[in-house]
Design a binder for this molecule. Structure first.
Ligand code: NAD
Length: 764
């Protein structure tokens, strides 16, 4: 049992690990080296400040900081004697780590677990001077930055580590810390960095070789390949050019001369020059990209000079949906880049078998959980087709690794009798097994046929008879197709389905309705089209809310705007802890019109028992486009209901938690009763208008903020009329009418364009 943890080293990683332990409500002792002077704990104090100021926030709520006690190693190391797990996260220097282990061993209780967060130092070197009792309790726990958000934990067992220690670490990190665990052998860079750092180096190498500019390379080796849009150079800037240079150097030193990594590990003069000039990445003046005033500039790889940023949309595929075959077939330098990058990176991954693992799953998991790739390398090989991929390697002069050469062209994965199987090096296909309760829907989906499917969403039936609605449009933006599947699921409830879960495995559940559609309709002055889209949206969410079976939303990531409105119409939201819940329509000059205002008003009334106060709270929440970046923070805005909704720290457990809940609710389930509402009328409406004018005169709100705020005020109070009882449908109508009125304004049009073209809210 782990109930108290010490984290030694309060740098980037120690701070993040302590933060996530605090999020899990675990008691933490955070120590760093003693500073001379009046503030001996200054380093750990700075860590606390970083946790408070972090963006995206590393804490689920400021209150969880009470779980962390700070100190310094000179004065407070004896306090580790009360800890069950001691995590070493100090600088990557072998002799310092060893020295610290001697001290730890003096104070730790006999059964305390000790682990290192080292990225590169082999375990045998770390512990060679330590007694057997220490080695039996020692492992490597390799977290990824930022710890709250990166799902991967690489877990490395030493020759002498006991099974009980490994099991304790596995369970604790999986259940309490929300991690996806990948077991690794003690090989250099373990799995994610071994492939990920190689991929970055190859990306740079091939950008130069194929004569592309850095924007083109990032646009290709990003979304089209199922890699986050930071691509190569953007990711370098994010990680830090100096840190990357150190990581490359240390991998170069520990990998054998024959490893293909050596071909891309030479010092890069441009990188060295940038670092020496303070261009260490986002934390410095910039890196490969920089901002000068409001302009973006990029480095020209050929001249080393800065030039204006040129956005280069990928031209090889129709949009940024991944089609690896299309990317690799063609004669342009862009195609050549894709062929060579994919060829080298995927072949390198396959070349790691059997040395670092004997089957594809750990490497695929590591890249998906540690680098946020949409597919792992072996899944990408299957997507290209193994024969085609072997041809590609031969054409490009890249050696074909034995795992592929000896494969008889059999895929890395297959589905057999409803089970997903993967091909092992020696033993052939075996079923992919996950710990009980772990469901990754992108895996489950491969074993199912959809009941219904269109371009934006699908409806599946899980073995328990429960329907699962999956959004899968670009960025999971909601459109008519998405809502048609929602409505179809609701209509099948009872006959076909005994429960419904709305869930997907994307990084974000849904950031709302597809704004491109609205922009086009506004530019066509198609007001009836907008109205009928909203009518359809409202009909679908109403059908979901009042259908005959329990409905659970199981979101993770951004669940805002229309995405939140879908979740709000479910009986229960079983949400991942890393969620962003709220209504942000005002930022683009609109109001929520899928029942979002209506539902917010209902929730505040339910909580406060007073329609006037409920109207005020709803007006403020929605007017300012407020969101909660965790269930706890969302609860303060009534977007999460602590007595009804659930939170789950491990997103792999969302589906199982939803299924368990449906089983509990199904027996005597009754759909919710239709509520009635009360419009408080003129007095409150005028008060809100006065507030808007007052804020406008103080330059706190813009002219269009006042227009949008007035529409929100009108929906929640009923506007210029006496107090009235109203039905739910009247509120849906009020939302829709306000939406269309705003869509007709030039200022809303300008806000939408700004958001779509620049990704930022316009303050007009
Ligand atoms: P960092 O430089 O940000 O922080 C290291 C901290 O250790 C500093 O606060 C420093 O004061 C403290 N420290 C230095 N010497 C010490 C000593 N003798 N005793 C106690 N504390 C000491 O480093 P980081 O990025 O947090 O990395 C920490 C460990 O995690 C390293 O082993 C690194 O390889 C590994 N790691 C880093 C990342 C990453 O992305 N930064 C990711 C995974 C693993």
């Amino acid at each position: 049992m782990i109930s108290k943890v010490a984290v030694l080293g309060a740098g980037t990683m120690g701070t993040g690990i302590a933060g996530q332990l605090a999020n899990a409500d675990v008691e933490v002792l955070l120590l760093d080296i003693k500073q001379t002077g009046v503030q001996p704990n200054a380093v750990a104090e700075r860590a606390i400040k970083r946790l408070q100021d972090s963006d995206p926030p590393l804490l689920v709520h400021p209150d969880v900081l009470t779980n962390i006690t700070i100190g310094n190693i000179d004065d407070d190391l004896n306090r580790i004697s009360s800890c069950d797990w001691i995590i070493e996260a100090i600088v990557e220097r072998l002799e310092l780590k060893r020295e610290l282990y001697q001290q730890i061993n003096r104070y730790r209780k006999p059964d305390a677990i000790v682990s290192s967060n080292t990225s590169t130092i082999p375990m045998t070197l770390l512990t060679q001077d330590m007694p057997a009792s220490f080695r039996q309790h020692f492992a490597i726990t390799h977290f990824f930055n930022p710890v709250r958000y990166m799902r991967l934990l690489e877990l490395v067992k030493g020759d002498e580590t006991t099974p009980a220690v490994m099991e304790t670490l596995r369970r604790f990190n999986e259940e309490k810390m929300g991690k996806g665990i990948v077991d690794c052998r003690d090989t250099p860079g373990f799995l994610a960095n071994r492939v990920g750092v190689f991929a970055l180096q190859v990306g740079i190498d091939e950008t130069v070789h194929c004569g592309l500019n850095i924007e083109e390379a990032d646009a290709l080796m990003g979304r089209p390949m199922g890699i986050p849009k930071t691509g190569v150079f953007g990711l370098y800037d994010l990680i830090g050019l100096d840190l990357m240079a150190d990581v490359v150097k240390s991998l170069k030193n520990i990998l054998p001369d024959t490893d293909p990594f050596q071909q891309v590990s030479n010092e890069n003069h441009l990188v060295n020059k940038l670092i020496s000039e303070g261009y260490t990445g986002l934390k410095g003046h910039g890196g490969f990209y920089r901002r000068v005033d409001s302009r973006r500039e990029s480095i020209d790889l050929a001249t080393g000079q800065w030039r204006p940023y040129r956005y280069t949309p990928p031209s090889l595929v129709a949009d940024d949906m991944q089609n690896l075959v299309l990317l690799t077939e063609g004669d342009t330098p862009q195609h050549q880049f894709c062929r060579r990058v994919l060829g080298r990176v995927l072949a390198y991954s396959a070349g790691l078998l059997p040395e670092v693992t004997d089957h594809p799953v750990p490497i695929d998991d590591a890249m998906k959980l540690g680098y946020n790739w949409a597919q792992g390398p072996f899944e990408m090989i299957d997507a290209i087709g193994i024969s085609r991929f072997i041809h590609l390697l031969k054409d490009e002069g890249i050696p074909v690794p034995p795992y592929l050469a000896g494969s008889d062209h059999l895929p890395c994965y297959r589905v057999e009798q409803g089970q997903l199987q993967t091909r092992y090096v020696d033993t052939g296909y075996q079923t992919v097994r996950r710990a009980p309760g772990i469901v990754r829907f992108n895996e489950t989906r491969r074993t199912l046929q959809p009941l219904s499917r269109n371009a934006s969403a699908s409806l599946y039936k899980l073995s328990e008879g429960v329907g699962l609605i999956e959004f899968h449009s670009k960025a999971n933006a909601l459109d008519g197709d998405s809502m048609a599947i929602v409505e179809e699921a609701a209509l099948r409830a009872g006959d076909d389905l005994n429960g419904i879960i709305v869930h997907n495995d994307g990084l974000h559940f849904s950031a709302g309705v597809n704004l491109h559609r609205f922009r086009a309709m506004i530019e066509d002055r198609n007001w009836d089209g907008i109205d009928s889209f909203l009518v359809d949206f409202q009909r679908a969410v109403k059908a979901l809310k009042y259908c005959a079976v329990p409905v659970i939303a199981a979101p993770s990531g951004l669940t805002i705007g229309g995405g939140y409105e879908v979740a709000a119409h479910c009986d229960v939201v079983v949400t991942h802890t890393n969620v962003v819940l709220g209504l942000v329509e005002s930022l683009v000059g609109l109001v929520p019109a899928g029942g979002g205002v209506k539902d917010t008003l209902f929730r505040w009334h339910h909580r406060l028992g007073d329609w006037n106060e409920a109207a005020q709270k709803s007006f403020m929440n929605i007017g300012y486009g407020r969101t909660g970046t965790s269930p706890k923070l969302a609860a303060e805005l009534a977007y999460f209901r602590p007595n009804v909704d659930r939170q789950v720290i491990n997103r792999d457990r969302l589906v199982q938690a939803s299924l368990d809940l449906i089983r509990n609710l199904a027996d005597d389930y009754n759909p919710p009763e239709k509520p009635t509402f009360h419009w408080v009328g003129r007095g409150a409406f005028e008060q809100m208008q006065d507030f808007l004018q007052d804020q406008h005169s103080k330059c706190q709100l813009t002219a269009h903020d006042v227009v949008v705020g007035t529409e929100i005020a009108r929906i929640v109070t009923g506007g210029d009329r006496p107090p009235t009882e109203i039905s739910e449908n009247e509120l849906y109508d009020a939302e829709r009418m306000a939406f269309v009125r705003l869509a007709k304004t030039e200022a809303t049009h300008a806000r939408i364009i700004h958001m779509l073209d620049r990704g930022q809210a316009l303050r007009n």
